[in-house]
Design a protein around this ligand. Structure first.
Ligand code: FES
Length: 75
């Protein structure tokens, strides 16, 4: 999973880019958009929607904070 803290809210999406497996958790975040560090595909961190290639979304997960722990719901 790639977990992002944006303006006090935590978001999580599958951490492997659907292009060639780049590490989305190491991407650059601007606003609610993460850019894959390998070839710069972009994803909405709240939904996993791929903004640069609309048919290549990643799954998102519901996330919450429990004290110092990040809780990711896996269904
Ligand atoms: S591996 Fe992410 S854009 Fe290519």
């Amino acid at each position: 999973m790639a977990v992002f803290l944006v303006d006090g809210a935590v978001h999580a999406v599958v951490g492997h880019c659907p292009h060639r497996g780049g590490p989305l958790g190491e991407g650059t975040v601007r606003g609610l958009v993460v850019t894959c560090p390998w070839h710069r595909w972009t994803f909405d961190v709240t939904t996993g929607r791929c903004l640069s290639h609309p048919d290549r979304d990643v799954a998102s997960r519901t996330v919450s904070l429990d004290g110092d722990d990040v809780v990711v719901e896996i269904s």
